[in-house]
Design a protein around this ligand. Sequence first.
Ligand code: ZN
Length: 125
Amino acid sequence: MDESTVKRLMRSLNCVLCGKEYKGAEIKIMGHNGDTWFIKVLCHHCNSESLVAAVVKEGLDPEVITDLDQSEFARFQDKEPVQGDDVLDMHKFLKGFKGDFSSLFSRLDEQTPKRKPRKRIPRET
Ligand SMILES: [Zn+2]
């Protein structure tokens, strides 16, 4: 796999923040370790910069690496991508948030079961 192929694959993806295609985005290959590529992308639509780790194998669809389990994956895979408004809502929430994060998260920790280690979910073919 060469850098130009990885860049071409990246351009076919959508920005995680604004949802628009990375077509025309500034894509910089930071390096790779075997099949795992580290890529910096500057979206021209929303000006966000993302660091992406992608597993790219010759002749195979890119593999999804996630810490979601099968049921969570099924629940979220058809959901709309996060939109600019969602980010804005979170920004407003955090701006007005006067609470204590460590107590908030420790409370959540007691309610939710411990996360399993991240695993790979094969793509449906
Ligand atoms: Zn964007």
